[in-house]
Design a binder for this molecule. Structure first.
Ligand code: ZN
Length: 106
């Protein structure tokens, strides 16, 4: 009767997280993750597996620039975000957003 069931999410979208900038809830795997390790290293955690505190951001260029301008990631992680992390996020975000094409293209 009590057959152990594997934890199955309601859909195949997986866990939901919200973007730190726009607050929209989206499947975790579509978001960018930035994590801070115990050593205090800030990294763009593309595989979303790094231990430590993480924040999520959608790849939208507007969210990236808003998060950067307002220091949202730094506030969430309680640590300054190195410029190279922003560059990595922007690079990945630009390649990832298909639905914001028209906004991101210049
Ligand atoms: Zn966003």
């Amino acid at each position: 009767m009590a057959t152990p069931q594997p934890p199955s999410p309601p859909s195949d979208a997986g866990p939901i997280r919200s973007c730190v900038a726009c607050r929209l809830k989206r499947p975790k795997r579509t978001l960018l993750r930035v994590s801070r390790t115990k050593q205090g290293i800030i990294a763009c955690d593309l595989r979303q597996v790094a231990p430590g505190r993480g924040v999520y951001l959608c790849g939208d260029a507007r969210c990236l620039s808003r998060a950067r301008a307002k220091g949202l990631l730094a506030r969430a992680l309680k640590h300054a975000i190195p410029a190279e992390v922003w560059e990595a996020l922007e690079r990945v975000g630009a390649g990832q957003t298909d639905h914001y094409d028209d906004m991101a293209r210049s």
